[in-house]
Design a protein around this ligand. Structure first.
Ligand code: C2E
Ligand code: MG
Ligand code: MG
Ligand code: MG
Length: 286
């Protein structure tokens, strides 16, 4: 009867919560040894010119292989954020990405790399200082003028723009003065307010894939994309369309004169070796 079904449902729900909590606790524990255990790797997803297919940039995406299985960053990043361990992970990612850039430069294959940064990494004044100090120390380590700031983009999310506006603005100004670019990731999904975009010193917006994937579905997302595009142009921001999977979506993006696209239609994220091969092949064609 309905009553017992209700109770079963409740029990099932309880068990699910318990299971989630256990997995959470386990991942939480295991994350702490993921760096020393060599369990992290970076994948690279090319970002291309939609008209020529030429690779203009690549996004660096973190992968965690744990017990022989890949765990999605959408699952483990929030856990790492909760414990603050994301700060160490972020520094590991930047160190690896910089090493990759150096290798690419020595092969004359360098393209700009976009690195995701968690809001938590900018949470306090101390963390903001630490963020800058990381690059200062790197610069000393590499020798003067050896840090390719101009080949680095930081991808941040809208929620960061709402927090501690003055301090974060100041930090962005400092980072951009050194030559880095700031890109607003997943644009349109947060509490985006136009005034944040106008007030914040950023260079680029990445239109979230949830908008792209609703192109030609009879919803009004095309109109939203058009609005984001014209607003970005007015603010002199460059645009990346994320999550382009079909010819249809690509055609719409081209009509909008969007200068860069990322998505499975062109490339999925790939391991470093494959990425290097791809860049080498492209260089040969030119
Ligand atoms: P994101 O920064 O928005 O990255 C784009 C995500 O979309 C990636 O998922 C990418 O694999 C996926 N994607 C790209 N093209 C397509 C497409 O055509 N179709 C579909 N369905 N998906 C596409 P991924 O690698 O699973 O990363 C998920 C999120 O995890 C990232 O979203 C980012 O927020 C976070 N993340 C990844 N690496 C890092 C990192 O090093 N640090 C931090 N803080 N966060 C990271
Ligand atoms: Mg990103
Ligand atoms: Mg995104
Ligand atoms: Mg995201």
């Amino acid at each position: 009867n309905a009553k017992s079904r209700g109770r079963d449902g409740f029990q099932f729900f309880n068990q699910q919560i318990q299971k989630d909590a256990e997995r959470n606790a386990e991942l939480h524990l295991r994350l702490k040894s993921a760096i020393s255990g060599n369990e992290f790797a970076l994948y690279y997803q090319p970002i291309v010119n939609p008209n020529t297919g030429k690779i203009v940039k690549a996004e660096v995406l973190l992968r965690w292989q744990y017990n022989g299985q890949f765990i999605s960053p959408d699952e483990f990043i929030p856990i790492a954020e909760e414990s603050g361990f994301i700060v160490h992970i972020g520094e590991w990612v930047r160190t690896e990405a910089l090493a990759t850039l150096k290798q690419l430069q020595s092969k004359k294959l360098a393209v700009p790399l976009a690195i995701n940064v968690s809001t938590i990494e900018f949470w306090t004044d101390d963390l903001q200082q630490r963020f800058l100090a990381y690059f200062d120390n790197k610069q000393v380590e590499l020798g003067n003028n050896q840090l390719p700031y101009h080949l680095l983009t930081l991808e941040i999310t809208e929620s960061l723009m709402m927090k501690q506006q003055d301090n974060v603005s100041q930090l962005f100004i400092e980072l951009r003065r050194r030559g880095m670019q700031i890109s607003v990731d997943d644009f349109g999904t947060g509490y985006s307010s136009l005034s944040y975009l106008a007030n914040f010193p950023v260079d680029q917006v990445k239109i979230d894939k949830s908008f792209i994937q609703k192109i030609s579905m009879g919803t009004r997302h095309e109109a939203l994309i058009e609005a984001i595009v014209s607003m970005s142009r007015a603010l002199d921001l460059s645009i990346v369309a994320e999550g382009v999977e079909t010819q249809n979506e690509l055609d719409f993006i081209k009509q909008q004169d969007i200068e860069a696209v990322q998505g499975y239609f062109f490339y999925k994220p790939m391991p470093k070796e494959a990425f290097f091969e791809l860049l080498a092949k492209q260089a040969q064609l030119n």
